[in-house]
Design a protein around this ligand. Sequence first.
Ligand code: ACO
Ligand SMILES: O=CC(=O)O
Ligand code: MG
Length: 521
Amino acid sequence: MAVEVIGARRARYDEILTERALGLIERLHREYDGRRRELLDRRRERVAEIAAGASLGFLAETKDVRDEPDWRVAAAAPGLVDRRVEITGPTDRKMTINALNSGAKVWLADQEDANTPTWDNVVGGQLNLLDAITRQIDFSTDAKSYTLKPDDELATIVVRPRGWHLPEKHLLIDGEQTSGALVDFALYLAASGQLQIDRGQGPYFYLPKMESHLEARLWNDVFVTAQEELGIPRGTIRATVLIETYPAAFEMEEILYELREHSAGLNAGRWDYMFSVIKTHRTRGADFQLPDRNSVTMTVPFMRAYTELLVRTCHKRGAHAIGGMAAFIPSKDPAVNEQAFTKVEADKTREAGDGFDGSWVAHPGMVETCRTVFDSVLGDKPNQLDKLREDVQVTAEQLLDVASTPGAVTEAGLRNNVSVAIQYLAAWLEGTGAVGIFNLMEDAATAEISRSQIWQWRLNGVVLDTGETVTTELVERIADEEILKLDQYLRYQSARALFLEVANSEEYVDFLTLPAYERFD
Ligand SMILES: CC(=O)SCCNC(=O)CCNC(=O)[C@H](O)C(C)(C)COP(=O)(O)OP(=O)(O)OC[C@H]1O[C@@H](n2cnc3c(N)ncnc32)[C@H](O)[C@@H]1OP(=O)(O)O
Ligand SMILES: O=CC(=O)O
Ligand SMILES: [Mg+2]
C-alpha cells in the first residue's frame, strides 16, 4: 500500500489504524483529493472576486433547486429525532464520559473547533469514541472515578471532522499529505461505524466550514463511496451541516439538496460565521467591519437574517434546524455566574421561539437551562419541524447588511482580542483546543474572529475610542502589555509570535490553524 503512517503508533493505535481504515483513506484520497483542492482554489478565487467589487448573492444557476417544491431530506434517523439539547466538546477521555452522561440528547464529539489536531488527539480521540461505543470506557483521578450511565441516558454521538482546508501530515499517500477531514471521517467510520449501526443508531457527522453546495456534493460523494467500500447501506450516514461561512448562507437550500439522502439538517455556527463575514470582505472597508467582538449579538440585523433564513430553509425541506453556541460558561464568581445563565437562557429562548429544534451548549452545567427552554416550547413534541416560518422572507441585502451593526471599536475591545488570541493560541499549541478565558468559552472559531478583527482594523486604519489608530506597532505593544498581565508570562512567547503572524501580516492568513499546525512535527 502507498499509505505511510509517520505519526507515532502507541499502544492500541492499531485498533484505529487498521488495514480497513487505511484502505478507505487511500480510496477516498485517490478519488476525491483533487476535487477538494480545486474547491479550495475556488474559495480563493471568490475572495479575489469580492475584493474586486463582486457581491455575494443567491445563485442563478441553482434557482430550480430552490423553486422545486417537492423534495425533502431523509427522515430523521434513530437518535436524531429529538435534538433539543446538544453538548459539544473535545474527545479526550474524561470529557467523552462527561458529555455522554450530561443529559444532552446529542454530543458533538469535536475534532474541529475545540480540538488541536495533534496526532495523539486525532488517534486517541478515535480510541475514546470506540471505547465509548463499546461501553468499555472509564477514567479516574485521585478525586473521582468516571463511568458511563445506562444506555438510555446517553447522548447520541455525532462526530465533527476537520474542515476541507486542514491537512493531515502524519498520514501520507504517495508521499503527499492527506486531508484532515477525510482522515477523521474514515477513521471513525471504519472503527466505529458498524458498531453504531449494531446499536441501532448510525455513524453521524457534523460538517464544518463549508463554503458552497459543491463542497457539500463532495461530502455526499465521499459518503456514497465510503458506504459502498465498507458494505454499509447507502443513506445510513447522516450529516448536519454547519452554516458558518458567509458564502454558504446563500446556498443553504442547495447544501441540503446535495446531501438530501444523508442530511440531518443545518446548524447556525455563529462564531465561524462572524469570522467569515470579516474574512470574506476584509478589504472592502468600513461596510464590512464589525465593532468590538463582544458587542456583536445575535439580535443585530445581519445575524438575525441569517438565523431566520436557516430555520425557514430547514423546515421547508423537513430538516432539523439547530441553534448555535452561547459562549457563556459557569463561573465560580456568583455574579458572573448568574449573568452567564441569564444570557444563555435568553439566547435559547430566542432560538426556541424562532423555530429551532434544539441548540448547543458548551458545558454540562448549561444542559438543564437549554432543556427547560426547549421543553417549554416543544412540550411532548420531539421537534418543531411543523413550524414552517413561511412568514420569513430574507433578502441578500439583509444578509449583507453588516454596516448597520451598532457598536464601536474600542481600546478595551482591541486589548481583549489580543489577549484572548494569545491565550488561546498558547493552549492550542499545548494540545488543548477549547479553553475558558475571561469567563467565555474560546475555541478556534472565536480566536479567528479576534485575530481577523485586528487584521481588518489595522488595514482600515481604525481610530479607537481613545483617539489612537490601530497600527502594527500598537498591536505589538498591546501584545507585550497584555502578556505581562498574565501569570507565567514566559509561557506565551510562541503564541505571541504566532499571533503576530496572523494578526499583523501583510497578506491575510486564511486560517490561523494552518501556520499553527506547521509548528508540530
Ligand atoms: C464555536 C464552536 O464551535 S462551539 C463548539 C466547540 N467548542 C467546544 O466544544 C467547547 C466545549 N467546552 C469546553 O471545552 C469546556 O467547557 C471549557 C474548556 C470551555 C471549560 O472547561 P473547564 O475549564 O474544564 O470547565 P469546568 O472546570 O467548569 O468544568 C467542570 C466539569 O465539566 C466538564 N466539562 C466542561 N465542559 C465540558 C464539555 N463541553 N463536555 C464534557 N465535559 C465538560 C469538565 O471536564 C469538568 O469535569 P469534572 O468536574 O469531572 O472534572
Ligand atoms: O462551530 C460553531 C461556530 O459557531 O463556529
Ligand atoms: Mg465553527
